[in-house]
Design a binder for this molecule. Structure first.
Ligand code: ZN
Ligand code: ZN
Length: 589
């Protein structure tokens, strides 16, 4: 059913028809009526998506586009060359459109496609991650996705899995040949993740196979293919372990690559260094505010005990004390369920933005395969599945050892749990998603800007408190500042580690002493920053861009500024980089 609809709305043209530019390209120099240009651009976007998926079949599967589910890209020079040709053709195709003739939505689509293509070429020509990141090679997650997601009858999914699994030995063989100088931390990650995914080929595939009717001979060849694939994964892991006596590439990206990647990925109007400087200033401001609030609260919680002279110690003590205010393990999901309608009521009462009541958020216990991942998360339907439900997955603490549950509940205490619901659900991620789906743009769904998405969720936390959510209790503000400080310090940490030389000890000091995190959380963050880069800056970067835009509009519009109108207009552009939304909103008067 889904497939049929898909084919109807996205007529699949052959690659050649798209790439040689016939059909949809009009001479860009001629004055073509705006509508015709926009219709042409819409057609171009559809062609672009079709050829993108042909080049990225694994990504296509995960986005819900299943035409190429039997294909597996084999890493290497030939694939890179084909991608570079694709990039050049598409960049040429884009040039046929005059940016200013396009609607605002198409303008942002244009720039997002252009950015995507340029970053793709940069990845191949400059970053060359395939030479040093062994964790980039892993197909077990893809097979797990195909086995567990119900997008087609199991028998069909298994048939596609079988075709992909047959190519897995060639895939890992090619992967080995790409590696020139693995980063030690990423080598370990590659070992862990590939080993961790083996069960998919060794067990899950056979379990799924047992559920369908096929001839014994067919099942036999499928099981043999899975066995060979598992052997290939093991051989890859064994090969990674042979990299011992060599000088590994530094896990730090270095300033030049970092700035480039930041530009492509975050798409901010600031550089990475400017963002880092802004985060440092924000941290100083937060510390001053947190100290002020802690001093005010001190007598209420500590009576006549003397106030610690060291402000960081003072703040730490206050946070620690307030963290004891939390629900019982068995009340966790109920507390979340109760809060969602309260958030909606508050937003309506304060007239902060329209909440679509026809699209209720479905709260559910998190599915087994997600267990233990996060306290709460949003599962949204893919871009090709607009009718699907959006779920708010809530983790259960049933069966957790008491000490683990206690530590978790102290983290997601009475105050932070409310902030979490604002961030993940309403008016954070979930609400943003509802708005984004109103102006459907497949480009924005697929190439959506992470900094805008995360920035919006972070922005709404502050916006709710500014409007009196939590009765302006100083406790609520202090705890939000602590939560927010994590976002700010993620940016400081990521930049200091990858574009400079921050050591592990310095990082742990920043996180535990200046951001009031527990040792375990800080150590986890160090691990994350040693195997990722740039992504950790998206939250703060997006937040500060949205906040600055709002303040600029307030200044310009004076008494005419309307917060609700600002929110609704901002969200109407979809998940585009904030710098483009800002340009569009600041152009208007
Ligand atoms: Zn407790
Ligand atoms: Zn988020």
């Amino acid at each position: 059913m889904k497939k049929t609809l898909l084919y109807l709305s996205f007529p699949l043209l052959t690659l050649t028809a798209c790439n040689n530019g016939t059909g949809h390209q009009k001479g860009s120099t001629q004055a073509v009526a705006g509508d015709a240009v926009n219709t042409g651009f819409k057609t171009y976007c559809d062609h672009f998506m079709d050829s993108l998926w042909a080049h990225e079949p694994e990504w296509a599967t995960q986005m819900g586009f299943h035409k190429f589910d039997a294909r597996l890209n084999i890493p290497g020079a030939a694939g890179n060359q084909a991608t570079l040709v694709f990039v050049q053709q598409q960049l040429n195709n884009l040039k046929a459109f005059e940016l200013s003739a396009l609607t605002p939505s198409h303008q942002t689509d244009y720039r997002m496609i252009e950015n995507y293509l340029q970053s793709k070429a940069w990845n191949i020509n400059t970053l060359k991650e395939g030479e040093w990141n062994p964790a980039a090679y892993n197909v077990t997650g893809l097979i797990a996705f195909m086995l567990s997601e119900n997008y087609a009858p199991l028998k069909d999914r298994l048939a596609d899995c079988y075709k992909r699994i047959q190519q897995i030995p060639a895939y890992y063989e090619a992967a080995r040949q790409q590696l020139k100088n693995p980063v030690a931390e990423l080598k370990q990650l590659g070992i862990d993740q590939n080993e961790g995914g083996l069960y998919v080929l060794e067990k899950d595939f056979a379990d799924s196979l047992a559920k369908v009717t096929l001839s014994p001979a067919e099942k036999d060849s499928m099981l043999t293919a899975a066995k060979n694939a598992a052997a290939a994964v093991k051989a890859y892991v064994a090969y990674l372990k042979t990299w011992k006596d060599y000088t590994p590439r530094d896990f730090r990206l270095g300033k030049a690559l970092y700035e480039d990647k930041f530009r492509y990925e975050i798409q901010s109007s600031l550089t990475a260094e400017q963002t880092y400087q802004a985060a440092l200033a924000r941290k100083r401001y937060l510390h001053i505010e947190m100290a002020r609030i802690s001093r005010t609260l001190w007598p209420k919680y500590f009576g006549t005990q003397s106030i610690p002279a060291d402000t960081l110690e003072l703040i730490g003590k206050m946070i620690d004390t307030l963290s004891a205010n939390h629900v019982k393990p068995e009340g966790f999901q109920a507390a979340i369920e109760k809060q969602i309608p309260e958030l909606i009521r508050f937003i309506r009462q304060k007239n902060l933005l329209d909440i679509d009541s026809t699209k209720p958020l479905v709260i559910r216990k998190e599915p087994a395969y997600m267990a233990g991942v996060a306290g709460a998360s949003i599962s949204a339907p893919g871009p090709y599945d607009k009718g699907g439900n959006t779920y708010y997955n809530v983790g259960s603490l049933a069966g957790w050892p008491p000490a683990k549950a206690e530590s978790y509940l102290r983290e997601y205490n009475h105050y932070i749990l409310q902030i979490l619901n604002i961030h993940e659900a309403i008016p954070g991620h979930y609400t943003q998603l509802v708005y984004a789906n109103r102006s459907p743009s497949i480009i924005k769904s697929v190439l959506g800007n992470g900094a805008m998405i995360e920035g919006w969720a972070v922005y709404t936390e502050q916006m709710m408190l500014e409007n009196g959510y939590g009765n302006n209790e100083p406790e609520m503000w202090l705890m939000w500042y602590k939560w927010h400080l994590r976002t700010v310090c993620n940016t400081i940490l990521d930049y200091s580690v990858h574009a400079s030389s921050m050591s592990r000890d310095e990082a742990l000091h920043l996180l535990t002493k200046e951001a009031f995190q527990q040792q375990a959380e800080a150590e986890g963050k160090w691990k994350r920053v040693s195997v990722t880069n740039v992504q950790l800056t998206s939250y703060y970067s997006g937040y500060q861009a949205i906040y600055n835009l709002r303040e600029e509009l307030k200044k310009r519009q004076g008494s005419k500024f309307d917060l609700r109108a600002f929110h609704e207009q901002f969200l109407s552009y979809g998940s585009a980089p904030v710098k483009y939304i800002s340009e569009l909103m600041l152009q208007q008067k």
